[in-house]
Design a binder for this molecule. Structure first.
Ligand SMILES: Nc1ncnc2c1ncn2[C@@H]1O[C@H](COP(=O)(O)OP(=O)(O)OP(=O)(O)O)[C@@H](O)[C@H]1O
Ligand SMILES: [Mg+2]
Length: 267
């Protein structure tokens, strides 16, 4: 493997918020054409990690690189240029409420002056077809279901045909068939355009399906880096519990001695 194969590199990244140490020495290399899946419990810092890659957050210590660009040190102007090569699906979808579906999707194309007006409209139609929503161009976000909003946000992320796409929980809140179609779309983009992807998910079926490798964030660091097959054989209790969805005895004990018994005491 040459240096050029590494698209994203995180080197010993630390990040804290008001005393809460979220990232504690994160190291990760993402290779071109691969889909890397990040798993880990709610609140462990997965979205924070993605925000470092697009430069929305800067590390307290350590470095983040996108190819040879040191993201953690770029000015806002330089960041705008680099971000053009990345697609980012935010966890909440984050559509502009005052814009139609079409305006939402065209917005980044217009901002970066990609294509003529007609070409942008055509591109919008193509990406909406990919996510099964062609025809909804004129709707406003409030007229869409949660899953539809998510798919519009996904269409917007892929409209620029970026070389790297970051997906923050792309299948959460979708029905199982839609979720599988999104998985297929992620695979298709990888196979046809060679897109590199980083996918954050709690959905293990999705993780196995799209992931070339799966990494797990725990207490601020990656504790495993494995293929889906290797993950099943992992000799690590924390990883196995998460993958199989089993709470630890300690977590169960907290539930029993916690608020639930306090409520029933009063009856
Ligand atoms: N801008 C911020 N200011 C203060 N605290 C933050 C900020 N962003 C994230 N945090 C905190 O950092 C921790 C990690 O948040 P993050 O959103 O990365 O979790 P996550 O792993 O994505 O969780 P989930 O699976 O629920 O989406 C949380 O405790 C969160 O409250
Ligand atoms: Mg998150």
């Amino acid at each position: 493997m040459t240096r050029d194969d590494v698209i994203i590199r995180l080197v010993d990244v630390y990040k804290a918020f008001e005393g809460l140490q979220v990232l504690r020495g994160v190291n990760l290399e993402i290779r071109r054409g691969q889909t890397t899946v990040v798993i880990g419990p709610s609140g462990c810092g997965k979205s924070v990690l993605l925000k470092h890659i697009v430069g929305l957050l800067r590390p307290d210590r350590g470095d983040v690189y996108f190819r040879h660009h040191r993201i953690s040190a770029l000015s806002e102007n330089a960041l705008v240029k680099v971000r053009r090569r990345m697609g980012f699906l935010f966890q909440g979808g984050a559509l502009f409420d005052s814009m139609t579906v079409e305006q939402n999707i065209i917005f980044p194309l217009a901002e970066h002056r990609i294509g003529s007006g007609d070409q942008q409209v055509q591109r919008c139609r193509e990406v909406l077809s990919l996510v099964g929503l062609d025809g909804l161009q004129g709707r406003f976000p409030e007229e869409l279901s949660g899953g539809q909003k998510k798919r519009v946000a996904l269409a917007r992320a892929i409209a620029m045909a970026p070389e790297l796409i970051l997906y923050d929980e792309p299948t959460t809140g979708l029905d199982p068939i839609r979720a599988d179609l999104i998985n297929e779309l992620i695979l298709k983009l990888q196979q046809t355009l060679g897109t590199t992807a980083l996918v954050v998910t709690h959905d293990m079926a999705s993780a196995r399906k799209v992931g070339d490798r799966i990494v797990m964030l725990h207490e601020g660091k990656f504790i495993i880096d494995a293929t889906p097959d290797e993950l099943d054989r992992a000799d690590n209790e924390v990883v196995s519990r998460f993958v199989e969805g089993r709470a630890s005895p300690q977590e169960l004990a907290e539930l029993q001695h916690g608020q639930f018994s306090a409520w029933s005491n009063g009856r």
